[in-house]
Design a protein around this ligand. Structure first.
Ligand code: GLN
Length: 297
């Protein structure tokens, strides 16, 4: 039979993405070709000699064209892996970044070291987006009850779909609100957030695939990038149980400023900073002051 084979499609897709200055052209090409053929990347290699139908060629061409035009790889794929789980993503949600796994890792460390695994642990995830933090937490901790808040109804739909996919939807309450759920009586052991933290003035200088496609509401942290930290730090104390912990992802230059917001607020013990795999400050945690015995860490 004539016509291009899978390996030809892979080669030409790689060339096109290289020309479009995409740094991991080969990797992205093979994922997009696999997606166009509804195959895994392993199957792609095993079936490299198979000839493509015109429809398959067209599907692949369409996916590659979108990437050439600058659309983010993960939105074209419609999913991104986080904590080894697949999350559906589209331009209504930030696609989850590997750095955010540091937040999850530190949270899990504290929960596991300080709780007995029986009583219900209540978690609030502020700005849940794709739901990655809320969902992975619930997958990891069986006795966790999560309230996942987002201001965007569209984001909450995606998060809910992701929770369904990972079978934790019955332990997550999705709530549309501006930062905190409205019932002031509802208190939490943990509050987590990866809030928008880019300075407004820096948004226009972001790489085009982020600037032109990812939701600005999930990126823009106001003039100094700290708007959400101010609001969350001042309010979280009243929504945490005694000894509860607030943990947030932060921008690499923001640890000091956010630490001093916490100190000024006065209701927290000295904040701790955790670094990411590139050695950059990435997570801040602060414990609500408490009388001692009920402290979580
Ligand atoms: N919580 C989501 C994440 O960590 C969304 C964060 C956001 O939109 N700022 O990816």
């Amino acid at each position: 039979m004539n016509g291009p084979r899978i390996r030809d499609a892979l080669q030409s897709a790689t060339q096109r993405l290289n020309k479009a200055n995409i740094s991991s052209a080969r990797l992205e090409a093979s994922a997009l070709v696999a997606e166009g053929l509804n195959l895994s990347r392993t199957e792609l290699i095993l079936r490299a000699e198979e000839v493509l139908t015109p429809e398959q060629e067209e599907r692949i061409d369409h996916l590659i064209q979108r990437r050439e035009a600058g659309e983010p790889f993960f939105y074209i794929l419609g999913k991104r892996e986080f904590w080894s789980l697949d999350f559906k993503v589209d331009p209504n949600v930030l696609s989850p970044r590997p750095e955010t796994e540091i937040l999850l890792e530190q949270f899990l460390r504290i929960v596991r070291s300080k709780t007995n695994g029986n009583e219900a642990i209540r978690l609030l995830d502020i700005g849940t987006g794709s739901g990655c933090i809320a969902i992975c937490s619930a997958v990891e901790i069986a006795n966790l009850l999560v309230t996942a808040v987002d201001i965007s109804a569209e984001a909450l739909c995606i998060a809910q779909e992701n929770a369904n996919r990972h079978k934790v939807v019955d332990r997550i309450c999705f709530t549309q609100a501006d930062l905190f759920p409205p019932d002031e009586e509802e208190l939490f052991h943990f509050i987590l957030s990866n809030p928008p933290y880019i300075e407004s003035g820096d948004i226009s200088g972001l790489p085009a695939d982020i600037r032109d496609y990812e939701p600005h509401g999930a990126l823009d942290g106001g003039l100094d990038g700290l708007d959400f930290y101010r609001k969350i730090i001042s309010k979280a104390e009243s929504r945490l149980l005694a000894g509860g912990v607030l943990m947030m992802e932060i921008g690499e230059t923001q640890a000091e400023a956010i630490g001093s917001l916490a100190n000024k607020q006065g209701g927290y013990e000295l904040p701790k900073i955790f670094k990411d795999f590139s050695g950059k400050d990435r997570v801040i945690s602060m414990h609500k002051r408490s009388s001692g015995s009920d402290k979580l860490s």
